[in-house]
Write a protein that binds this ligand. Structure first.
Ligand SMILES: Nc1ncnc2c1ncn2[C@@H]1O[C@H](COP(=O)(O)OP(=O)(O)OP(=O)(O)O)[C@@H](O)[C@H]1O
Length: 247
């Protein structure tokens, strides 16, 4: 299970209300795309689910339980850039989460535990199509390969929720199409719920089960600080998509 329930969430920075009264139920295994004008608070909303930001008011529940106030292995994230560690190889990046979980201080695994982690990491690397690049560093990979690596790094921890902040926004159209196919397959095969911020409506409708639009209903300059953005549209994809069905 991986259902999210967002209840009357507000986010303010000082005098600025960024989000107001946002409520949303995301069913387990949904793929939700968040769209809306620049600066309306989509990333802020994602960061609250991640646990990097706290709502000023309201609650966020994962499977009925309030989210812990900090990021954890139940929530993975991929950003548009800089999701992976430049000084670690592909294999090192994918293994890191496992190593830190098993050994928070040294970040090292030994013996059979290390062998198992390497096997798991290699399988995950194969899942995202990076076999053969295990010993390369991120700077030696193309942009598309780096985002594949970022997905592998997030998914090896088997998160209940995968958060994507414009993960494919910087990629060329051809590469983007390929990675969309990969993303669909990963979502179909992995028991997780996905929440993705995107500027690209076509991407939203290609991947998502549901498209949520954030907007600032009152947007005159004198109203900007006093009113935040909220959900103004909730569009289910037709015909409905279901995780686990053929992509
Ligand atoms: N840590 C912070 N401190 C103060 N203000 C912030 C902080 N983070 C975000 N904001 C403000 O919150 C508003 C929403 O920002 P956010 O990045 O969430 O928007 P967005 O919809 O994701 O924008 P974009 O589509 O351009 O990425 C902006 O006005 C931004 O300046």
């Amino acid at each position: 299970m991986s259902a999210l329930k967002i209840e009357n969430v507000w986010k303010e920075y000082g005098d600025q209300i960024v989000l107001e009264n946002v409520s949303l139920n995301v069913e387990s295994r949904a793929f939700v795309a968040l769209v809306g004008p620049s600066g309306c608070g989509k990333t802020t909303f994602l960061r609250m689910i991640l646990g990097q930001e706290k709502p000023t008011r309201g609650t966020i529940l994962l499977d009925g339980v309030p989210l812990p106030p900090e990021p954890g292995p139940d929530r993975g994230v991929v950003f548009q850039r800089y999701s992976v560690f430049p000084h670690l190889t592909v294999l090192g990046n994918v293994m890191l989460g496992k190593e830190l979980k098993a050994s928070p201080l040294s970040g090292k695994l030994f013996g059979a535990a290390r062998k198992t982690a390497i096997e798991e990491a290699r399988a995950m690397i194969a899942e995202v199509g990076l076999t053969g690049s295990e010993d390369k560093y991120p700077a030696q990979l193309s942009g598309g390969m780096q985002q594949r690596l970022a997905l592998a790094q997030a998914l090896i921890m088997r998160p209940k929720v995968l958060l994507l902040d414009e993960p494919f926004g910087a990629l060329d159209p051809g590469i983007r199409h390929e990675i969309h196919l990969l993303m669909k397959r990963l979502w179909n095969e992995t028991p997780m719920t996905v929440v993705m911020v995107t500027h690209d409506m076509r991407e939203a409708f290609t991947l998502a089960t549901r498209v949520i639009a954030f907007e600032r209903p009152r947007d005159r300059p004198e109203e900007k600080l006093r009113y935040g953005a909220t959900i103004t549209r909730d569009i289910p994809i037709w015909p409905p998509r279901r995780a686990g069905a053929a992509a």
